[in-house]
Write a protein that binds this ligand. Structure first.
Ligand code: G1P
Length: 289
């Protein structure tokens, strides 16, 4: 079944980036010259998904503004004959149809997704987490939609991570059933150090059946009072198969200070305007081979 809708949770406080995120939502922090959430939106659009449901919280109105038309700015650029910038600005507002829903309390990722229930309706849908930026020739969610065509149930993006980092992720235990595809047998959200069932981590891209909503409604909050998507997935796995897909691409954790800087450097080095100058600059920092 074709995936036509994507849910992007963007309601978090961005505490890891304070004070930068006191007023500016973390989703609008730029990687070079584009807000992180625009990379996610471009991924969705280039995979052919037509509608995005943005889950927002307080003080997040500027995210919607970013994807809206800005008549004043457009008139200004027209007057200044900056057709190049005008095109960039106009493309953003035409990218996808955006619907936003408020998550009224910060009750976790599972709860954020539940907020999209009415708008998603009865078809399988995609979920993309804004902290995970994936640089890939074929957009990660597009790769997953291709794989999902021949399956039912749910599909999660996965990636091997170093053993000492497994406590930062949802971790699966699975059996390889095809090239890059694992059948998921077990899932644990952020296992204690040394207790992970493997080093296959869930990365923030999912294709989920609408049945997950009924399940998330019944999931009990964890110790921190949050409803975890991974707990919902574990219950879903008792009813339908869940698969993990090892995507092709480079992933950056833009929700982490180091990952954010790495993404900036990596995208900066590829940027047509500053790439070669940035490379020269970096070489001056490490002059000796
Ligand atoms: C979320 C999920 C986790 C997943 C991670 C990927 O955690 O709960 O299962 O591995 O995203 O980035 P978060 O990093 O939002 O705490």
């Amino acid at each position: 079944m074709k995936v036509k809708k994507a849910v992007i949770p963007a309601a978090g406080f961005g505490t890891r980036f304070l004070p930068a995120t006191k007023v500016v939502p973390k989703e609008l922090l730029p990687i070079v010259d584009k807000p992180t959430i625009q990379y996610i939106m471009e991924e969705v659009a280039s995979a052919g998904i037509e509608e995005v449901i943005l889950i927002t919280g307080r003080e997040k109105g500027s995210i919607e503004d970013h994807f809206d038309t800005s008549t004043e700015l457009e008139n200004h650029l027209r007057k200044k004959k900056r057709e190049d910038l005008l095109k960039i600005v106009q493309e953003i507002s035409g990218m996808v149809t955006l619907v936003s829903v408020r998550q009224k309390e910060p009750l976790g990722l599972g709860h954020a997704i539940l907020c999209a229930r009415k708008i998603v309706g009865k078809d399988p849908f995609a979920v993309l987490l804004g902290d995970d930026l994936i640089d890939a020739k074929i957009p990660c969610i597009g790769q997953m939609m291709e794989v999902y065509q021949n399956m039912e149930g749910a599909l999660l993006a996965i990636q091997k991570v170093p053993r000492q980092e497994t406590h930062l992720y949802g971790i699966i235990k699975g059996k390889k059933v095809m090239d890059r595809v694992y059948s998921v047998e077990e899932m644990v959200e952020k296992p204690e150090k040394g207790k992970a069932p493997s080093n296959l981590a869930i990365i923030g891209r999912y294709i989920l059946p609408p049945r997950i909503f009924d399940i998330l409604e019944r999931v009990k909050p964890d110790k921190r009072g949050e409803i975890q998507l991974t707990d919902g997935l574990r219950a879903l796995n008792r009813e339908v198969p869940i698969y993990g897909y090892e995507f092709i691409g480079d992933r950056y954790d833009a929700g982490d200070k180091l990952g954010y800087l790495q993404a900036n450097l990596s995208f900066g080095l590829k940027h047509p305007e500053i790439g070669s100058k940035l490379k020269k600059y970096l070489m001056t920092l490490f002059p000796y081979p």
